[in-house]
Design a protein around this ligand. Structure first.
Ligand code: GLC
Ligand code: MG
Length: 424
C-alpha cells in the first residue's frame, strides 16, 4: 500500500454486511455518517480496509446498491482474496500461501456425503473457499464430522459458521484474521505498521479478527449470537474489545470515540458548519462540509435564506470559475445564485457524498483537491470526478478556505440524464 508515506494514523478493518452496511436502514444514514467522518477526518492519513465474506462478484453488486466508500484494501471471500486500491490489484503472494494442504476437489467430494449441506451459488465458490447453507441445529454435528473426514484425506482446513446459516470451508491459513495478520506483517516489514487498528464485525467469520494481538475491536450492537458466544468464551476479559450499543456503522463511530482513536463527530451530526472544531479544518473537511450544505439545501433541511447563499459566495473567489461536466464554464458566483431556484427541489430524495478525497499542497497557501462526488436521487446514481483548487484565507488553516476553481467530468457511464439538474 503506497498511498501513504507514513504509518497510517488509524486502520479500520470492517466487515460489510450488517457491520459497515445496515440492510435494515433503507436511508443508509449510519453509512453516510461514517462516510462523511472518514473523508473529512481520516482519508488523508489513515487506511480503510473492507473484509467481507462476499466474492468479488457479490462485493461489486453491493457497491452498486449502497453508498459505500472505496477502501484502500479489499479482503474478499472470507479472507481468501486480497486486493489493493480502486483497481483491485490482487496479492498473488497470498494466493500462493493458501495452496498449502488444500485441494478443492477433495473438499467437493467429501461434502457430497452430507445431504444437510446445500451448495451456495456458483459465484460464491472460489479457488480457496467452498460455501454451503446449513440449518442452525445441524451445523455443529456436520462441522465436526466433516473436519474429521477432511483431516483423514490429508487436508488442513478451517470450517466457519456465520449468520446462523452459512458454512464456509477454507484452507487453514486463510480467514479474515489470517489475512489481517498477513497485512500487518507486510506493513511492519515496510516500517509502516498503523498506529492503531480497529476491527469491526457482526458474525462468525469476523471472530478471528478479534483475536489478532494489539488491535481494538467493536462488535456492533446487532452482532450475531455466534460471535457474542465466541467472545464470551475466548476474549471476555480483553478491554480492547467492546460490544457497541449502536448498530452497524454507528457502532464503529461509537468505538472510535470510546477508544479515543481520533475525531468521532461526523460532519453529518452537526447542524451547521460553524459547530466544527478548528482542529478539524483540512481540505477534505471543507469539501465534505460544502456538499453537505448542498444536499441539505436541495432537501430543504437548512433555512431558505439569501444570507446562507451570500455566505457561500463569500468563500468563493470573485472571478473563480466552475467547469460543469457538460463542458460549460460559469463564474462560481453565478452557480451559487442559481441554487436559489433549487431550494427543496429534491426533498427527501437526494443524498450526496464524496469518496477518495485526496489533496496536494501546490504552494504555501493553495491545495489541489481531487475526489469523486456522488449523487443518489431516487434510483438514479451519478458521479463526477471533481478537482477543486482551495486557498487558505489567512496564515492559519483554521480561518477556512476560499474556493478558487472547480472542474468536473462524468465518471465513465455515469452521465446525468438531465444535466441541468446537476448543479455542483
Ligand atoms: C457472504 C458470502 C458467502 C459466505 C458468507 C459467510 O455472504 O457471500 O459465500 O458463506 O459471507 O462467510
Ligand atoms: Mg457481516
Amino acid at each position: 500500500m503506497d498511498r501513504l508515506n507514513n504509518p497510517a494514523r488509524l486502520m479500520i478493518v470492517s466487515d460489510l454486511d450488517h457491520t459497515m452496511v445496515d440492510h435494515h436502514d433503507s436511508e443508509n444514514l449510519s453509512l453516510l455518517r461514517f462516510n462523511a467522518l472518514w473523508e473529512a477526518n481520516y482519508r488523508h492519513d489513515s487506511l480503510l480496509v473492507f473484509s467481507t465474506g462476499r466474492s468479488p462478484t457479490l462485493y461489486k453488486q453491493l457497491r452498486k446498491e449502497k453508498p459505500m466508500l472505496t477502501p484502500d484494501i479489499t479482503i474478499m471471500s472470507v479472507g481468501t482474496e486480497i486486493t489493493y486500491g480502486n483497481s483491485m490489484v490482487p496479492d498473488n503472494g497470498w494466493v500462493q500461501f493458501l495452496n498449502q494442504k488444500w485441494d478443492k476437489n477433495i473438499v467437493m467430494e467429501e461434502t457430497r456425503k452430507f445431504p444437510e449441506l446445500k451448495l451456495q451459488s456458483e459465484t460464491e465458490q472460489r479457488p480457496h473457499k467452498v460455501s454451503f447453507y446449513v440449518d442452525k441445529d445441524k451445523a455443529r454435528d456436520v462441522m465436526r464430522a466433516l473436519s474429521e473426514l477432511l483431516e483423514k484425506r490429508g487436508l488442513d482446513v478451517k470450517i466457519i459458521y456465520s449468520g446462523g446459516m452459512d458454512l464456509d470451508i477454507l484452507p487453514q491459513g486463510a480467514g479474515k484474521g489470517q489475512a489481517l495478520a498477513y497485512l500487518l506483517k507486510k506493513f511492519k516489514a515496510e516500517g509502516k505498521l498503523p498506529n492503531n487498528t480497529l476491527v469491526c464485525g457482526d458474525s462468525g467469520n469476523d471472530a478471528e479478527l478479534f483475536s489478532i494481538p494489539d488491535v481494538y475491536g467493536v462488535m456492533v450492537s446487532n452482532a450475531q449470537e455466534e460471535l457474542l458466544q465466541w467472545h464470551a468464551e475466548n476474549a471476555k476479559n480483553n478491554p480492547k474489545i467492546i460490544h457497541a450499543t449502536e448498530r452497524c456503522a454507528s457502532g464503529i463511530i461509537q468505538a472510535i470515540g470510546q477508544f479515543s482513536l481520533g475525531p468521532n463527530t461526523s460532519p453529518r451530526d452537526l447542524k451547521c458548519s460553524s459547530e466544527c472544531k478548528m482542529e478539524d479544518t483540512n481540505p477534505g473537511h471543507e469539501i465534505v462540509k460544502f456538499y453537505l450544505f448542498y444536499e441539505r439545501w436541495r432537501r430543504a433541511e437548512v433555512e431558505n435564506s439569501d444570507q446562507s447563499l451570500e455566505k457561500l459566495k463569500a468563500v468563493c473567489y470573485p472571478s473563480g470559475v466552475f467547469i460543469h461536466p457538460s463542458g460549460v464554464e460559469r463564474p462560481l458566483h453565478d452557480c451559487i445564485s442559481a441554487m436559489k431556484n433549487c431550494y427543496g427541489d429534491k426533498r427527501k430524495s437526494l443524498r450526496v457524498w464524496v469518496d477518495r478525497v485526496s489533496s496536494a499542497q501546490i504552494s504555501s497557501d493553495t491545495w489541489l483537491v481531487k475526489f469523486d462526488k456522488w449523487e443518489l436521487s431516487g434510483e438514479e446514481w451519478q458521479c463526477c470526478m471533481t478537482t477543486v483548487i482551495l486557498r487558505s484565507r489567512a496564515a492559519s488553516l483554521s480561518d477556512g478556505f476560499t474556493w478558487m476553481h472547480v472542474h468536473q467530468t462524468w465518471l465513465e457511464g455515469s452521465g446525468a440524464k438531465d444535466q441541468t439538474n446537476w448543479l455542483f
